[in-house]
Design a protein around this ligand. Structure first.
Ligand code: SAH
Ligand code: SF4
Ligand code: F3S
Length: 461
């Protein structure tokens, strides 16, 4: 990587107050990369004189920050464009300037400027610094019919301002963008482009700004964070954790998403060694069958995955796991699928995200015959979720009665007066705390559980 790719480290001026005379509403779909980018988008538009609103009816500019990972996600956005137009007509509100930004902008480009649900603006993931000027093309005196800017630019890295975050508790920090792994089902390498690391100094500066603004916790973010390699390997992800961990006041570090291939003993030992790196691993397995993993080009076998889990449990007894799975990948037999169920039983995840395979034009697996029927995909998805529910009931029951440390995050939706806390290993606990405030730490006894949350009481010492 050449020095010309080192981003500008000059701190940006604070965004002006939220008082412009034009208004913008952003709706965010997809992963946390998009949540982070939406903060960047709002920051840039506020600097250009936009006021942010949380109802599209009150906005002059409506942006949908989109995801292409499955076909259904894309369909939803296209119909949402029509729905927003319709709701505005019904409410007697002027049509808004509408834009699609994010991964669909990259994948579909010009297509989005055509058809019944066409939009006015299409802006890809590396072009948010130009967003205000593109908006001006269609909203300003020139009144262009549309504006579009897509395509990858390796020199662009964003820093979202900490002051715009919803709570001071957990702040997203992207550490790289794109992905070079090319798992055969996945569109991300094409929508987000090749993997490009953020400069470690920029990451440190960004985290320091979060700490200065009163934050204590960060989630290091990327599609494939464990593949972080600054200057081709001089600093790997374990090295980055060692660099970030000592920052004074940084109480908790999480990261998303880890790849099982890179979750080597040396990285797991580093996570275990650093007291403020949380013992919580989101490590998508995708399948439990070696044959399917090979066709997905996942770079690990079932046994490697299980060895990784066993090693993590050995060095971090309280570690918890999240996983992603795809059912119905081309050629997946009942026997392959059984292996996935077995893996889920063996790992004992806290949570899994499971998806029916969705063919993505442009991804390598689109060349394969999508031969598992929709009914079989549905049935397998339901069976997988049922096994997970069974396993989680066992795991959760074992947690009841234990004592844990947890941090207050936000008021629970109900009952009144209760707060939602989180443990280092990412378990949510609802507790009655008359004087609760975000950031407080409490020792709790777990008294019960429901769905994915626990209930607890402050332990009397
Ligand atoms: N970078 C992460 C996740 C990327 S997308 C990783 O390496 O695992 C988030 C999840 O969406 C994936 O883990 C996968 O389970 C799912 N997914 C990705 N492409 C998909 C497709 N074509 N069909 C169904 N699910 C898919
Ligand atoms: Fe997609 Fe694989 Fe990259 Fe994850 S590692 S973003 S699944 S190509
Ligand atoms: Fe979706 Fe793009 Fe994230 S495709 S999962 S929003 S990187």
């Amino acid at each position: 990587m050449s020095d010309s790719l080192i981003p500008d480290l000059t701190p940006r001026p604070e965004a002006p107050a939220n008082g412009g005379d034009r208004s913008v509403y952003v709706e965010t779909y997809g992963c946390q990369m998009n949540s982070y980018d939406s903060q960047v988008i709002l920051d840039r538009l506020r600097a250009a004189g936009f006021r942010t609103v949380d109802d599209h009816l009150a906005a002059d500019l409506v942006l949908l920050n989109t995801c292409s990972v499955r076909e259904l996600a894309e369909h939803k956005v296209i119909s949402r464009v029509g729905e927003i137009r319709h709701q505005r007509r019904e409410a007697g509100v002027e049509p808004a300037v509408m834009g699609v930004v994010g991964c669909m902008a990259e994948r579909m480009g010009k297509q989005l400027l055509k058809g019944r649900n066409r939009v006015d603006l299409v802006v890809g993931v590396d072009h948010y610094d130009d967003l205000a000027s593109l908006v001006n093309d269609v909203m300003g005196p020139a009144h262009a019919r549309s504006a579009m800017s897509v395509g990858h630019d390796q020199s662009v890295h964003y820093v979202a301002p900490p002051a715009l975050y919803p709570t001071n508790n957990s702040h997203l920090v992207t550490i790289h963008k794109g992905c070079d792994y090319r798992c055969t089902y996945c569109i991300v390498p094409y929508t987000r482009g090749p993997q490009v690391e953020k400069h470690p100094d920029l990451i440190l500066t960004e985290i320091q700004a979060i700490l200065d603004a009163g934050g204590h916790e960060v989630t290091l973010l990327g599609q494939n964070v464990t593949a972080y390699r600054w200057q081709g390997g001089e600093l790997d992800f374990a090295g980055l954790l060692r660099l970030v961990s000592p920052l004074p006041g940084l109480e908790r570090i999480r990261f998303l998403t880890g790849h099982p291939h890179d979750m080597r003993p040396h990285l797991i030992d580093t996570i275990a060694d650093l007291p403020n790196v949380c013992p919580w691993l989101h490590v998508p397995a995708q399948s439990g069958s070696d044959e399917i993993l090979k066709r997905m080009k996942r770079r690990y076998r079932r046994d490697d995955y299980l060895a990784m889990v066993a090693h993590a449990r050995r060095v971090m007894p309280d570690v918890s796991f999240n996983g992603d799975f795809i059912v119905g990948f081309p050629g997946e037999t009942e026997a392959d699928f059984e292996q996935t169920l077995e893996l889920v039983r063996e790992v004992r995840y806290d949570t899994i995200f499971a998806f029916k395979y969705s063919e993505r034009p442009g991804a390598p697996a689109a060349e394969l015959d999508d031969d598992v029927s929709t009914d079989d995909k549905k049935r397998r998805l339901a069976a997988l979720l049922a096994v997970q529910e069974e396993i989680w009931a066992e795991v959760a029951a074992e947690v009841v009665g234990t004592e844990v440390m947890a941090v207050v995050e936000e008021p629970a939706r109900r009952p009144a007066g209760h707060w939602r806390l989180r443990t280092a290993n990412n378990r949510k606990i609802v507790v009655d705390l008359p004087d609760g405030a975000p950031g407080q730490q409490h020792r709790l006894t777990i008294t019960g559980w429901q769905n994915t949350s626990f209930f607890g009481e402050v332990t009397r010492s």
